[in-house]
Design a protein around this ligand. Structure first.
Ligand code: AR6
Length: 176
């Protein structure tokens, strides 16, 4: 059963935290923690393509054949259909790989802000984010949660939902 927690400091958009699977969410936009190829991968990316079906990959291939011939750069975001998912769109973004020697936090902020901008352009009102970069890209979850929460302040939508896949990640994000 999803656990919900309302963020008391979110001012414009409601910000909530759910322990669960992002592919199940009934929101306008689901954000995918993709890679620059846009052609799929593991983690949440793999789950979105598996459950959303081949229409999403077909749309990604079209992007690669057109404006995104060189792939999607880290921090940028682009929308496709959500295929068979309950959401209307998937917004793909590429998180930075964690680095112990270089501060890449602006790129993690950019992921969130650019995904929100694309969502607003689509006139989406509700959006769900996974914990971008905290899996295969190894970003420490406490630090990633601080950056992600700050990045969605004053979001141009009605609802921002962070969907966290395990208890430890949920606890980091939902902490007051
Ligand atoms: N719902 C919500 N969160 C999930 C789900 C799900 N169904 N599945 C995994 N997570 P990751 P990254 C969590 O690795 O670190 C891919 O191969 C997961 O537990 O998916 O940004 C891409 O193609 C973790 O908390 O994304 C890239 O190559 C969070 O989602 C690379 O991984 C992010 O983990 C991107 O790595």
């Amino acid at each position: 059963r999803p656990v919900r927690c309302r963020d008391p400091i979110g001012d414009v958009a409601t910000i909530e935290y759910v322990l669960g699977d992002i592919t199940e969410q009934e929101v306008d936009v689901i954000v995918n923690a993709a890679n620059s190829s846009l052609l799929g991968g593991g983690g949440v990316d793999g789950a979105i393509h598996r459950k959303g079906g081949p229409e999403i990959l077909a749309a990604c291939r079209e992007l690669r054949a057109g404006h995104y011939g060189g792939g999607l750069k880290t921090g940028q975001a682009v929308a496709t259909t959500a295929g068979r998912l309950r959401a209307r769109w998937v917004v793909h973004t590429v998180g930075p790989v964690w680095s112990a020697t270089e501060d890449r936090s602006q790129l993690l902020t950019d992921c969130h802000r650019n995904a929100l901008r694309v969502a607003a352009e689509l006139q989406a009102r509700t959006i769900a984010f996974p914990a971008i970069s905290t899996g295969i890209y190894r970003w420490p979850v406490e630090d990633a949660s601080r950056i992600a929460r700050a990045a969605v302040q004053n979001a141009p939508v009605e609802l921002v939902r962070f969907v966290l896949f395990d208890q430890r990640t949920y606890d980091a994000f939902a902490r007051p």
